[in-house]
Every structure is written in C-alpha cells, then in structure tokens.
Design a protein around this ligand. Sequence first.
Ligand SMILES: Nc1nc2c(c(=O)[nH]1)N[C@H]1C(S)=C(S)[C@@H](COP(=O)(O)OP(=O)(O)OC[C@H]3O[C@@H](n4cnc5c(=O)[nH]c(N)nc54)[C@H](O)[C@@H]3O)O[C@H]1N2
Ligand SMILES: Nc1nc2c(c(=O)[nH]1)N[C@H]1C(S)=C(S)[C@@H](COP(=O)(O)OP(=O)(O)OC[C@H]3O[C@@H](n4cnc5c(=O)[nH]c(N)nc54)[C@H](O)[C@@H]3O)O[C@H]1N2
Ligand code: SF4
Ligand SMILES: [Mo]
Length: 746
Amino acid sequence: MTNPEWRPTACILCECNCGVEVQLGGPGGRELLRVRGDKRHPASRGYACEKPHRLNFYQNGARLRSPLRRRPDGTFEQVSWDTAIREVAARLASVRDAHGGESIFYYGGGGQGNHLPGAYATATRRLLGSRYKSSALAQEKTGEFWIADRMLGAQTRGDFEHCEVALFLGKNPWHSHSIPRARVTLKELARDPARALIVIDPRRTETAAMADLHLQVKPGGDAWLLTAMLAIIAREDLVDHAFLDARARGQDEVLAALREVPIAEYCARAGVDEALARAAARRIATAGSVASFEDLGVQMSRHSTLVSYLHRLLWLLTGNYGKPGTQYTPTTLVPFATGASGHRSPVAQAPIISGLVPCNMICEEILTDHPKRYRAMIVEAANPAHSLADSQRMREALRALDTVVVIDVAMSETARLADYVLPAATQFEKAEATFFNFEFPDNYFHLRRRLLTPPDGPLPEAEIHARLCEALGGFDDGDLAPLRAAAAQGLEAYGMTFMQRVLGDARLRGLAAVILYRTLGPTLPEGLAEGAVLLGLAFRCAMQHGEALARAGFGGPPPIAALSLFRAILESPSGVVFARGEWSDVRPGTRDGTIQLALPDMLAELRKLAEPTPEREPAFPFILAAGERRSFTANTIVRDPAWRKKDPEGALRVNPEDAARLGLIAGGRARVTTRRGSAVVTVELSDTMQPGHISLPNGLGTRDPEDAAAALGGVAPNELTAVEDRDPFAGTPWHKYVPARIEALA
Ligand SMILES: Nc1nc2c(c(=O)[nH]1)N[C@H]1C(S)=C(S)[C@@H](COP(=O)(O)OP(=O)(O)OC[C@H]3O[C@@H](n4cnc5c(=O)[nH]c(N)nc54)[C@H](O)[C@@H]3O)O[C@H]1N2
Ligand SMILES: Nc1nc2c(c(=O)[nH]1)N[C@H]1C(S)=C(S)[C@@H](COP(=O)(O)OP(=O)(O)OC[C@H]3O[C@@H](n4cnc5c(=O)[nH]c(N)nc54)[C@H](O)[C@@H]3O)O[C@H]1N2
Ligand code: SF4
Ligand SMILES: [Mo]
C-alpha cells in the first residue's frame, strides 16, 4: 500500500540536495516507494536527476541495528547503548588523559547532505580536547580554498544561470551536478547561440559533447593549457584593465610573467591545438560575463593548487567577478570554508587549511612513533578506509590506533576496522540539512523533517553526542534546568536564557550544540528535534550577515533576526530563502579590500612549468582517472549494487585504439596495475576516452565481496592510489593522475 501523501525531503546522493517529495509505503510504511522533484524547493524547483528514484536502496539497505564492540579475535559483538556509550567515553577519556586530547582525531562530520552531525560533534570534541580533524574536503577543495582566501579573501561560485559563457574545468556537471538543475542549465547554454559552453576535459564527457568548445587536454596538462590561455590574453591585450585598476593589485607582475610564456610550446605540452586555445581565450575575454567551475579533474591532478590559481587569474584578468553572470561570494548560514591557514599538523607539519589536516597526510600522522601521533579516531558519516588514497595504508593506520569509533548507518569498510561501531539513524529518520548552499543573490536553507522514526537500535547523531557528553560529565541537570524552564515559555524566553547562560559561559559555550538539542529539541515540532542546533548557528549568522538577512525578511537586532530566521527554518519543510545578497556587496575580503593577483609562490610554480617534465614511465604507459562520476555512482552512500541500473560492475573505460592494440574486448576482463596495487576489471570500449587515458568510477568496490553488508561491486579505486601522489602545497591527492598499465585476461 502506498500512502498517497507526498512528503517533502531532499535527495542525499550528491551535494546539490535537490528537494524531493516521497510517497511512503510497503511493510510498516517504511519504504520510499515513489520519489519526485519538489517544486517548492527554492534551488531545485522540481528538478531531480535519475538517481533519487531509487533512494529506498539507501533507506532500506543493509543497515546497522545495534552498537557493536570488537572482540579480541576481530569479530564484533552486539552491546547495549548504555555499555557502548560508557565504554566509548571511558576509552576516549583515557586516551585524552594519557596522551592529551590532541591525539584524538576526528574525521568526517557529514557527507552529501547530512551536516548536522559535524555540528553536534563539536561538543564531544570539546570535552575530549580533540583539536585536529579532517574530512573529504581536504582531498578535493583545500588547495582551492587556500588560493581563494589569499587572492580574494573569500570563496566564490559562478552564476551559471545568467552567464554568457560557462567554463567547466575538470568538471562534468551532466553527471556530477554541483550546481542546481545542472542539466536544465547546460541545455539552455547549449541551445542559445549568443551563449557559449567551454569544457576543459581529457574525456569527451556528456558535458563536453554539448560544448561549443571542447579543449581535450592531456590528463594532467591543465597547468600548461591555462598558462598558455592566460599568455594569449596578456599578449593580445585582452585584459580588463579598467576592472583591474579599480579592484586589483599585482597586475604588472603577473602580466610580465605571462608575456614570457612560449604559447605554442605550452599548447603542445597540454595536447591542445593552439588555434582552439586562442579561440577559447578570446571567447572568454570578450564575453559580457563568464561563470566558471573547477572540480576534481584538476583538483585531483598534477599542479592542482597552481591550477586553482591560474583558474582565478583567467576570470579575474578578464574582469569576471562581482557582476551578474560571473563569480560571487554567497552568504552562507555556516562559514565552513574559510581557507585560512596557519597552524600545522603535529607530526608531519602539514599545512592545515580551513581547519582540515590534508587527507593524504593522515597515515603519516599515525604510522610513526612520534610522541604527538594520533592515538584515537572518531569517524562520523564518512568512509576514509575506502575514500582516501591508499586504502591499504589507511587500513594499516586505523589498525595502529588505540581506539577507533565509527558512527555510520552501515557496516562500511571503515566500520569494519573500528573498536566500536555506533549505528546512526538514516537521513530520513531524523531532521537533517546540508551546509553546502551557495546560491546568489538569494540563498536558501533547507531543514528536512524526519520522515520515519528510527527502527530499534540506531540513534540520531545528536542523541549519540548528547549521551557521550553526559557520560564525559560535560554538564548536569542543574545546567539544563533554567533552559528547560525557559523553553517551556517560548522561543523568545529561550533565546534570552541561551544567550546568557550558554553563550555567556565559557564552560558551556563549546557544548552549545548538545545543550540546544537536550533543552530546546524536545519542544520543537514533531520530527525536528535535531534541528535545535540551528538556533545557535542562526545567532552567529545574524551577527555576521545582518543586512543580507534583513533583505530576506529577517531584520532587527541579531537576537531578533536569529529567532525569526530559526522559526522560518522550522516552518519551511521545502526550504526557505534566508539571505538576499546584492551584486554591489560582492567584494574581496582581503585585508586591504583589493584582489591580490600576484602570489609569489604560485608565480614561481608557474615559471617551473618551463622545465622539462619526465615522460610517462614505460612500465605505466596509461594515466588512470581513479574515480569518475557516472550515472549511478554516489560515493559509498548506497551500498547495494542492485541500486545501479547501468554499469553494474563499474567498467574500466578504454579508448578503442588502445584496446585493439592490447587485445582488450568490450565486456572482457583485464588487469589494471599501478605502482600501489592491481585490480581485475571489466572493460568498456569508449571513444570518449583519448588514447592513453583510462577511467574507473568512484564509490564502488570493496575488498571483501563475501560480506553482504559491504557488497558494493566493482573496483575500489583507492586500492590503486598512493598517499605520496599529492599536491606539494595543499597535500590533496592526484586520484585523476595515476600512472597505470593494462593487460588483457582470458
Ligand atoms: N553521479 C554522481 N554525482 C556526484 C558524485 C557521485 O559520486 N556520483 N559525487 C559528488 C562529489 S562528492 C563531488 S566532489 C563532485 C565531483 O564532480 P566532478 O569533479 O565533475 O567529478 P569527476 O567525474 O570525478 O571528475 C570530473 C572530470 O574530470 C575529468 N578529468 C580527469 N582528469 C583530468 C585532467 O587531468 N584534467 C581535466 N581538466 N579534467 C580531468 C574527468 O574526465 C571528469 O569528466 O560530484 C558530486 N556529484
Ligand atoms: N580515488 C578516488 N577517491 C575518492 C574520490 C575520487 O574521485 N577518486 N572522490 C572523493 C570525494 S570528492 C569525496 S567527497 C569522498 C567521499 O567519501 P567520504 O566522505 O568518506 O564518504 P562517502 O563515501 O560519501 O560515505 C559516507 C558514509 O556515510 C554513511 N552515512 C550515510 N548517511 C549517514 C548518516 O545519516 N549518518 C551517518 N553517521 N553516516 C551516514 C555512509 O554509509 C557512508 O559510509 O570520496 C573521495 N574519494
Ligand atoms: S542532482 Fe544530486 S541531489 Fe539532485 S537528484 Fe540528482 S543526485 Fe540527487
Ligand atoms: Mo566530493
């Protein structure tokens, strides 16, 4: 029986978190039977791609049902929540007492759409004195964050809906999205003769196939290509001098460096026809507006941090910033990507950007006898044993720790290495939200209501952290009583008491998240308790962004604005516009308010491009892109291979000429070998690949196909990658640039 009621929530399979509506039904009414786009959602407006229609594979896949404790022989036994919480708190506290809280490392905090756990975990970490953390962002975006912070003092996004020219650099939005309604936007761009779509990608992706100009760069050749395009802009004087004179510093130094660049040679090294590079540079420089997006194709390839710099130069030298159709800085509810760096990791002395230790350095921080090594790890809503470079090394590192605690909905590869596994409610069994909202001028926030109560066993992370904090002695009933009394009187009274008693108290301030959950949570409407932490976040947002909030209807002094925003969030099951920006507000957040074009270390890197680069090693004549987004990949969020309608084995894509030479046939088996590992794959012949380039999908594969709960199918890409292959500045991995060879198997 299907319940005819359509209930609003969001798709959780990529960072877009499109609003969807679902009809529940099946046994106990617990299945997500039908799913459609939610027209009331402010960003997706009814849009959804092919993936969410099968979200039930996530909700009703192989779930964890009980807290688990590892036995000495490596198997797991079920324990009660009381036992699990007591023992986890005691073990982590003893690590803290013996080695300092700094030795307790935190990884994760949210995947594609569940960012509230990270907010609640701040309280547990505070009590444990945990200082270092990381997440998937530190294996993709930290290089970009760091460059953006130094050049602009802010992160930016592109206005693709209104741009004349759209540029996608190492990004395939047809499949990976990352901008709302991606396919609609791409089709509009392709259809309109006055607009242009430019794609820089070694593969003729679905996006590239729609493009006006496809620059089919050699894998890892982007730094030469972008430098050549910038040099063309400099030499042909296609620079927007008026813009730079008014808003930027360092243009002379940058233009001088660019004028020295041998354009023809760099185009050849990038594998792109010079005439095409010139056409693209001119189209960008002469457009009324250009919106641009760099993603994993460059952020996980050679020169990734340099490319983030060159990419910014491309749209800054051409004046594509701070006006409609170009780049902007959205007002976000939670400032998660500051880009600020300064301190370093305790063992490897790796740069910490946006508060995150580089993912490729985590193993080095553990596999050492250094006294400051990490001794314990809390992993929440993430699967680093699968998603980080060099799974073999990561497994070794996890095994070397005194205590590993994993909070997950499923028995992930990481959970299987834990000492304690704590089962979390799914994203449809609690209130949840994403912090990745980047729209402009209007930005929105979507707190999704719980659709289902959790089954016996799993708990929402808010509850898990509240219990851990209680077991760690963080607060007592005396601390909570005045807040509970105030909550009974209404939100205004609560807000006042919260400000005085929690924000005004150094001991309780760091525990604000769980205190909100314990005291305000129970008074919130049905299915919204885990949203309590948003009151604290709304306070901070109102202090920082009063004007943008006021324009969206949340005016008044910060406490008043915060309360009305919080109410609106609770009352908007399909999301609410919380901030309204203005293009005139878009200005650099740098110290002197100007754009910094000349970064000395990056200009030095740019000059190094002139040096000869080693040829591909004869033993590894191919470049493997380990982890491509396809129609049915979604990181490791859905673990049942039956979810995937296409490409069930996650085939290796190979150019037909290469295949013919190596005796590979469509659907046949082959062995892929890298310096780090080897895997048996199924072959797909694809003329979208250029010769010498091969690709495997992301999010598939597990080492243990016997284990039904871990049955992802396909190849786990990080069995093939190495931690040493990383960017020298940000420590981000080169997953898209893995030297490899292939052999046909009978
Ligand atoms: N379907 C689906 N969508 C997703 C996800 C998913 O798992 N599945 N995951 C989400 C997440 S977490 C993220 S971060 C985004 C990532 O989104 P994308 O970055 O778009 O994803 P990828 O397919 O990994 O890589 C993009 C492109 O980089 C190209 N590439 C490979 N090597 C190079 C190179 O050397 N230079 C250049 N210029 N390009 C290169 C590839 O051919 C590919 O088309 O996707 C999100 N959306
Ligand atoms: N080689 C290679 N490696 C890659 C990539 C690549 O392109 N190539 N892509 C990288 C990128 S961009 C990313 S973002 C990462 C993603 O990798 P990770 O951030 O490590 O995580 P996911 O695979 O998204 O898995 C999220 C985990 O959260 C669990 N989960 C789902 N819902 C909930 C919930 O409500 N609560 C809790 N507690 N847990 C939940 C899932 O079961 C799963 O174990 O992978 C990276 N790894
Ligand atoms: S674009 Fe992403 S969030 Fe939207 S429906 Fe597709 S997978 Fe889900
Ligand atoms: Mo990602």
